[in-house]
Design a protein around this ligand. Structure first.
Ligand code: SF4
Length: 335
């Protein structure tokens, strides 16, 4: 096993995870529970993770909830079942703790659409603007931002800025356009997008709606404008979950990543949730980055404490300021 570990460690950067065979007879749920106790570890999972991972998590949430949970945990080790920028955010808030990500290659097309060097040049063109960045961005972009937001708190964050203050919004152009329309604010948008939310098919959603006339279409604001126009409700992942619980409708067409359906179905066993199809041959829309994490990789990273997120201290401090600002504004707004 020592040789297998050494070999896997050597290939960690290439593979993104410790590629060590896991005994199929192991009860991974019990093993993960044991490791949590032994290592005083907390497992934070995004709603887009596979159901088994959600079921072993200590906290399941969207980006805002996860950042808040990461900010207040007293665990020694944070195991982040999500994508790289989320684990980075946890590290920014917890420099003294070990932060693990089951697969280092779990990236994000939206975060990748804003390289810090290019964004810095873009920002220089608008010296009077302040930068509000969606949390789905790298630490480098956070360090160039004044305030971070999530889809749960974006409107409140924008409202906290004086009305005559122009804003650069990055990196998601769809969320930015939606917020611009909602708040009527003077905003310049960075041209980034999420590969999952960009490819929903309006035609297929309308066909589904015709087949299920009682169903409500609920969509995440990262979707493109024509999709949002036909939605009965637009909200963050947590917002969609809450709406599906409270609303009397019995059927919902869910226009976001399919991982959220697990919690929706658990909370509402008698309601029907239909994943909205993308404009390709698939019937539902999974984020390939989020789905790189598996229960096996989660177990391996807890057992061997790798891959670990590390960060240069100056970058961490610069990236922390706009996150702290977000957490303060959210707390004041009761979010
Ligand atoms: S769903 Fe989109 S924004 Fe979320 S992690 Fe995947 S690529 Fe990034």
């Amino acid at each position: 096993m020592i040789t297998a570990f050494k070999e896997a460690e050597k290939n960690l950067q290439k593979n993104g995870f410790l590629d060590i065979p896991v005994d199929v007879r192991l009860d991974l749920f019990a093993e993960i529970a044991r490791l949590k106790k032994e290592k005083k570890a907390v497992v934070l999972a995004h709603y887009y993770q596979e159901p088994d991972i959600q079921d072993v998590a200590d906290y399941i949430g969207d980006s805002l909830g996860l950042a808040q949970a990461a900010a207040k945990t007293d665990a020694d080790m944070i195991v982040f079942a999500g994508v790289h920028f989320m684990a980075e955010t946890a590290k920014i808030l917890n420099p003294g703790k070990k932060v693990l990500l089951p697969d280092l290659k779990a990236g994000c097309s939206l975060a990748d659409s804003a390289p810090p060097a290019l964004f810095e040049k873009f920002k220089a063109k608008y010296p009077d603007h302040i930068v509000i960045s969606y949390i789905n961005c790298s630490a480098g972009i956070k360090a160039l931002s004044d305030i971070i937001c999530t889809s749960s708190n974006a409107e409140k964050i924008i409202e906290s800025v004086p009305k005559d203050q122009p804003i650069i919004f990055a990196p998601d152009r769809n969320l930015g356009a939606y917020l611009q329309k909602k708040t009527g604010r003077d905003m310049v948008l960075w041209n980034g997008a999420c590969m999952v939310h960009e490819i929903f098919s309006l035609e297929k959603i309308l066909n589904l709606k015709a087949k299920h006339p009682g169903a409500k279409v609920i969509a995440h604001p990262e979707c493109e404008a024509p999709i949002l126009e036909v939605a009965d409700f637009i909200g963050s992942t947590t917002g969609l979950l809450k709406f599906s619980h409270k609303d009397p409708a019995q059927e919902f067409i869910v226009v976001t990543e399919t991982g959220i359906l697990h919690q929706m179905q658990k909370e509402n066993p008698n309601k029907t949730f239909i994943p909205a199809p993308p404009n390709n041959a698939c019937a539902c829309n999974d984020c390939p980055h989020m789905k790189l994490n598996t229960l096996e990789k989660l177990y391996l990273c807890m057992e061997y404490e790798q891959p670990e997120i590390t960060m240069e201290e100056n970058l961490r401090l610069a990236a922390k300021k706009p996150i702290d600002r977000m957490l303060e504004i959210s707390a004041a707004a009761g979010l």
